[in-house]
Design a protein around this ligand. Structure first.
Ligand code: TPP
Ligand code: MG
Length: 333
């Protein structure tokens, strides 16, 4: 997108740009709080935060309809939130409390919510791709014009499931939008150390899937490319693949000494923080003033505070119930 196109886009739809800024901030603040709560041992287990990558989920989610489906990875708190899973239910799930969206049995990596058609939270790298293909196949067979958006890291593209999924989606023309979040590392392994073909859109295109690379730090570019791709997929254009070039500002998970990358590299990417950049752009063009920003942050902080309060006052599942949902209730009656 050229500078003139950006200016015109913001001027034509300032509300949308402010809305995207707010959505990214919701994810950022929720996760910053999760990190604090993790350090305080309120949240346990694994925790993978999305800080730095928020533009991808915010842009793609805004291009979807409520009846579309979303499949994500273990770095999915933001996807769940922006899909419409209440912050309260997410935070309670993080705490392992029954008030959580999975009754506290999933935790950070397994958020799931059938009501919003949010199909995980998948901890197995590339495990979400065949699931997305199956959801799209069901929609196709039932004649529904729904799209399934499937998020995964670039690490998933070295897995067999990626190839099986792209092949079948293309062969059967299924309505899947494959969203690769290329943050350059799979845990401590850099892309060029694990993949022979580092041009990921080219790799996807070899399956006859329409593919593009997009600046994943620019929420407006993400939204625009996702909207076009979703329209094409929905109107029968077959699966599409978008490689979002992004970066995670924090460690892979809470247990990661980060010996595989230089501080200077992280700092370089942080200069392109998607939230700070859009905020500055909106302020410079007169579409956001100090009061607007104060009211956005106030609202977002209130939502996160309420979520934490809700989670803190939640309850653990009684021990007597632990074997429930393992077998069907009918078969044991
Ligand atoms: C099949 C499988 N192999 C290995 C792992 C261990 N593992 C967890 S996250 C991860 C890295 C994945 O990187 P990427 O797909 O790029 O996603 P990112 O964490 O960068 O968002 C690995 C190897 C796993 N969860 N599943
Ligand atoms: Mg990665």
């Amino acid at each position: 997108m050229t500078a003139e196109e950006r200016t015109a886009l913001i001027a034509a739809r300032p509300d949308q740009a402010r809305g995207l800024l707010r959505q990214m901030l919701r994810v950022r603040r929720l996760e910053e709080r999760c990190v604090e709560l993790y350090s305080a041992s309120k949240i346990r287990g694994f925790l993978h935060v999305y800080i730095g990558e928020e533009a991808v989920a915010a842009g793609v989610m805004s291009a979807l309809r409520p009846d579309d489906a979303v499949v994500a990875t273990y770095r999915e708190h933001g996807h769940a939130l922006l899909r419409g899973v209440p912050a309260t239910a997410i935070m309670a799930e993080m705490f392992g409390h029954v008030e959580g969206c999975c009754r506290g049995r999933g935790g950070s990596m397994h958020l799931f919510d059938a009501d919003t058609r949010f199909y995980g939270g998948n901890a197995i790298v590339a495990g979400g791709l065949p699931l997305a293909v199956g959801l799209a196949l069901a929609d196709r067979m039932l004649g529904r014009d729904r799209v399934t958006a499937c998020f995964f890291g670039e690490g998933a593209m070295a897995e067999g499931e990626f190839h099986e999924s792209l092949n079948l989606a293309a062969l059967w023309d299924l309505p899947v939008l494959f969203c690769c979040e290329n943050n350059l590392y799979a845990m401590g392994t850099a892309l060029e150390r694990s993949e022979s073909q580092t041009d990921l859109a080219l790799k996807a295109a070899s399956y006859e899937v329409a593919s593009w690379a997009v600046d994943g730090m620019d929420v407006l570019a993400v939204e625009e490319s996702a909207r076009r791709a979703v329209e094409a997929v929905r109107s029968g254009g077959g699966p599409h693949f978008l490689e979002f070039r992004t970066y995670r500002f924090r460690a892979h998970s809470m247990f990661d000494p980060e010996r595989y990358r230089e501080k200077a590299e992280v700092e370089h990417w942080m200069e392109r923080d998607p939230i700070a950049s859009l905020r500055a752009e909106l302020e410079a063009s007169g579409h956001l003033d100090a009061d607007d920003w104060a009211s956005i942050t106030r609202e977002v902080d209130a939502e996160v505070d309420a979520a934490v309060e809700f989670a803190e006052s939640g309850t653990l599942e009684p021990v007597a119930d632990l074997a429930r949902h393992v077998r069907s209730e009918r078969s044991t009656a």
